[in-house]
Design a protein around this ligand. Structure first.
Ligand code: FE2
Length: 213
C-alpha cells in the first residue's frame, strides 16, 4: 500500500493579517518554511515506512517511528494553530463569540483573567521548545491547561481547543528574548469561534490528517 502524501494547508488569512501581534516575516517563514519542512519530512518518513513494511524490515520500522512522531506532530500542531488564530480586532477574536466555552472557563477558573494568568504561566514555564494548550476531556468536557514538548501533539481523550506555539521560531524575530510580550499579545489573535466549535463538537485534528491525503 502506498504511503499517504500530505500537503501544506493554506493559511486561512493573509501573511500580514496577524500584525502587529505576529509579523508578516514570521508568518511567512513559519508557514512556508517550518511547517512545509514538517510536511516534507513526514511524507519522506511515511514512504520509508511503507518500504520497510513491505520488506519486513523491523529494525528500520522502529528507527522511523520518532521521525513520524516529530514531523507528524509538527504538521498536526501547526495546522491546528493557524486555524485557532485570527486577525486582531476581528469578530472571532472576541471571547463573546464563544459563550459556551467562556462559561466553562469561568466555571473552571473563576474568571477569564484567572484563566489567562494560568495559561500565561504555563506558556512561560515551558523549558525549551513546546506548545501550550487549552484542552477539554472530550467534547463539552472538563477543561485543563497542558503543555507538550517539542512537537508532541495533544492525544485522546483530550481535545485541543487552541494551542500556542512556544518554539523560538514563533516569536524570536519580532520579540527576541521578550517571550512575555508574545504571550500577552497572543490573546488578541485567538480565534474564539474556532475554539467554541472545537469545545462543543470535538476537534478537526484527525480530520486534518485525513483531509490532507
Ligand atoms: Fe512552529
Amino acid at each position: 500500500m502506498a504511503a499517504p502524501t500530505y500537503t501544506l494547508p493554506p493559511l486561512p488569512y493573509a501573511y500580514n493579517a496577524l500584525e502587529p501581534v505576529i509579523s508578516q516575516q514570521i508568518m511567512e517563514l513559519h508557514h512556508k518554511k517550518h511547517h512545509q519542512t514538517y510536511v516534507n519530512n513526514l511524507n519522506q518518513a511515511l514512504s520509508s515506512q511503507a518500504k520497510a513494511l513491505q520488506a519486513n524490515d523491523v529494525p528500520q520500522l522502529i528507527s522511523i517511528q520518532q521521525k513520524i512522531k516529530f514531523n507528524g506532530g509538527g504538521h498536526i500542531n501547526h495546522s491546528l494553530f493557524w486555524k485557532n488564530l485570527t486577525p486582531p480586532g476581528s469578530a472571532e477574536s472576541n471571547i463573546d463569540t464563544a459563550p459556551t466555552l467562556k462559561q466553562a472557563i469561568i466555571n473552571r477558573w473563576g474568571s477569564e483573567k484567572n484563566f489567562t494568568d494560568a495559561f500565561n504561566a504555563a506558556l512561560l514555564g515551558i523549558q525549551g521548545s513546546g506548545w501550550g494548550w487549552l484542552v477539554s476531556n472530550g467534547p463539552n468536557g472538563k477543561l485543563d491547561i497542558t503543555t507538550t514538548k517539542d512537537q508532541d501533539p495533544v492525544t485522546a481523550p483530550d481535545v485541543p481547543i487552541f494551542g500556542v506555539d512556544m518554539w523560538e521560531h514563533a516569536y524570536y524575530l519580532q520579540y527576541q528574548n521578550d517571550k512575555g510580550s508574545y504571550v500577552n499579545g497572543i490573546w488578541k489573535v485567538i480565534n474564539w469561534t474556532v475554539a467554541e466549535n472545537r469545545y462543543k463538537n470535538g476537534v478537526e485534528g484527525s480530520a486534518i490528517m485525513k483531509a490532507a491525503i
